[in-house]
Design a protein around this ligand. Structure first.
Ligand SMILES: *[C@@H]1O[C@H](CO)[C@@H](O)[C@H](O)[C@H]1NC(C)=O
Ligand SMILES: *[C@@H]1O[C@H](CO)[C@@H](O)[C@H](O)[C@H]1NC(C)=O
Ligand SMILES: *[C@@H]1O[C@H](CO)[C@@H](O)[C@H](O)[C@H]1NC(C)=O
Ligand SMILES: *[C@@H]1O[C@H](CO)[C@@H](O)[C@H](O)[C@H]1NC(C)=O
Length: 335
């Protein structure tokens, strides 16, 4: 009787042991189970119709090529217009120990539930987190600061109203486009070592302090399009020009800038692509005096401006220029 019981226990534990063992030919059993649990929340019908038991072959999943663990995970959009937003429990992601990239875009999520498993445990190796087109509020910024490896954070089109919870992080890319940020929120971005920043489509207006932007010395890409900005302002002893020596791409289109903007941009010697289209720039532009510092400029967009036709005569000073875009520009008639 005793022997039988012992045998039974041995059998059960060895079964458990085999199940938990990494399968060289397929995905990890506990990760397959966790994916099926995610299916019950996100309704990924393709996962259920898959005949293949190796979840690394399923749609929206990429596995690590040596360990066989899930490395990249995309939960396809489930939110439909009119659905109310909801809370996602991050403990669902705890089994994915090597998860590096997670895309939860377009899912109507309002916030993470992190009281069973903290965010820092559920997403301990996460480098890329895409949360665009959800309903996250300001509090998400204080939650993600606990993720030590996060490099890319996409929060485009959420309902963030303030950056006061943004903490120093080692982010490389931060996308805050399409939120509800105002001018004074830019001061909270100071001190970040980001290379790419999108604050387009927010509530920025009037004048923006050049000193705040010049603080972001590592920036390569800056998008401030679709706001109502009128000017880049400098204070008495401050810098009169943007001095972002690493900046390669600047998008200021769809704002309310007039010609005085150009004099603030002349020092951006590494800039390759400049979009100042659809502002209030008009008449003649003194490219020789104002923009000749842009020695690496390859692409200049002035769409929707009301320019004099002498623009084409002086454009030759921009030696590196490969593309000039003048869609919907109006020119006064030649007399
Ligand atoms: C595994 O992935 C790494 C990085 O993604 C790559 O450099 C390497 O060549 C891959 N190894 C194999 C055996 O495919
Ligand atoms: C994203 O945000 C921008 C700016 O608020 C808005 O114009 C746009 O319609 C939004 N996009 C969607 C798909 O909601
Ligand atoms: C940027 O701002 C931070 C925090 O205010 C400050 O410590 C740093 O010296 C500033 N850097 C530059 C280049 O202005
Ligand atoms: C350009 O815009 C600034 C800021 O709105 C304003 O102070 C200035 O008078 C404008 N200049 C011209 C020539 O319209």
């Amino acid at each position: 009787m005793m022997d039988l019981k012992l045998l039974w226990i041995l059998l059960i534990t060895s079964l458990f042991f085999i199940q938990g063992w990494p399968q060289t030919q397929g995905c990890w059993e506990q990760e397959r189970v966790a994916l099926l649990q995610l299916h019950s929340v996100f309704d990924v019908s393709d996962w259920i119709t898959e005949k293949d038991s190796n979840c690394c072959h399923w749609d929206y999943i990429e596995c690590h090529n040596i360990s066989g663990r899930v490395k990249v995970l995309t939960l396809p959009p489930k939110w439909r217009q009119g659905d109310s937003s909801w809370y996602l429990d991050v403990s669902l992601f705890f089994p994915f120990e090597e998860l590096k990239s997670l895309d939860l875009s377009l899912n109507g999520i309002k916030d993470f539930i992190d009281n069973k498993v903290p965010l820092s445990s559920a997403f301990s190796n996460l480098e890329i987190l895409k949360l665009s087109f959800n309903d996250f509020h300001d509090g998400i910024l204080s939650k993600v600061k606990s993720l030590p490896n996060l490099k890319i954070l996409d929060l485009r089109n959420n309902t963030i109203e303030s950056l006061q919870h943004l903490q120093e992080m080692n982010l490389e890319e931060l996308d805050l486009g399409g939120n509800r940020l105002k001018n004074n929120d830019l001061t909270y971005i100071k001190g970040l070592s980001i290379k790419s920043l999108n604050i387009g489509g927010n509530l920025l207006q009037g004048s923006i302090d050049i000193g705040v932007l010049n603080n972001l010395t590592n920036l390569k890409k800056l998008d401030m399009s679709y706001n109502e900005i009128e000017s880049l302002q400098y204070f008495n002893d401050g810098e009169r020009q943007l001095k972002l020596i690493n900046l390669e791409k600047l998008d200021l289109s769809y704002n309310l800038f007039n010609n005085t903007l150009l004099a603030r941009l002349g020092g951006l010697s590494n800039m390759k692509s400049l979009n100042v289209g659809n502002n209030l720039i008009k008449g003649s532009i003194n490219i020789i005096e104002e923009l000749d510092g842009l020695i690496n400029l390859e692409e200049l967009m002035l769409d929707g401006s009301h320019l004099n036709n002498n623009i084409l005569q002086s454009i030759g000073v921009l030696n590196s220029l490969k593309a000039l875009s003048l869609h919907d520009c109006t020119y006064p008639r030649m007399v």
